[in-house]
Design a protein around this ligand. Sequence first.
Ligand code: CU
Length: 232
Amino acid sequence: MRKVLGAVTALLLALGVATFIGLPGATAQGGTGTIEADVKYNGAPQVEKLKVNKDTEKCGTEAVIEKVVVGGNKGLTNAVVSVPGAKGGGGKAVKGMIDQHGCKFVPHVVVMSPGDLEIKNSDDILHNIHTYSTANPSINKAQPKFKKVMTEKLEKPEYVKVTCDVHSWMLGWVAVTPGPASVTDKDGVAKIENVPVGKQTVEVWHETLGKQTKEVDVKAGQATKVSFEMKK
Ligand SMILES: [Cu+2]
């Protein structure tokens, strides 16, 4: 009996020490960490320019369609970085919001949790919202100038293309992601907070360069860095 008690005490002590100094394999404490993704593109930017002759007082006379935006140090802008498997982590649901402003969808790429997408019209002219999707029902609705805000539902994870049938050049994307997500900035960097600790798959998606995934190991209260290089 004494031997058994001794062994149990030793085991408890070892576990206690392991937990205290945070050894790998110590009792899981849960918690969340941050992922810092760095997305690069080793190619030329792709920008199209178009003459505009409709609603020019709001739209201007030239439309700039930014398909691939590359910043300093080859950073790729407008890529969605997400952790699709991290459902129900420390993250909160994110409501989608897109604005038809200056005859552009602002922001060009928006991320949201499955649920409501709020569509604004701050132009005081007629716009339309037309989505191209497979998992979600398609939306094709006029948004007259007096309709400042419309709310639509996108319940299923998907990358949804958004256009306006009134202004053919208008193009935006809505990323409906089950887990936490973020969009890369002008340097190609995206930070995702509140990712549950442990092995996670990070997904990067870009409207013209496709998708890539990588595995990371997220540690509590720490930033885990991951780099991607998108190809044509
Ligand atoms: Cu429009």
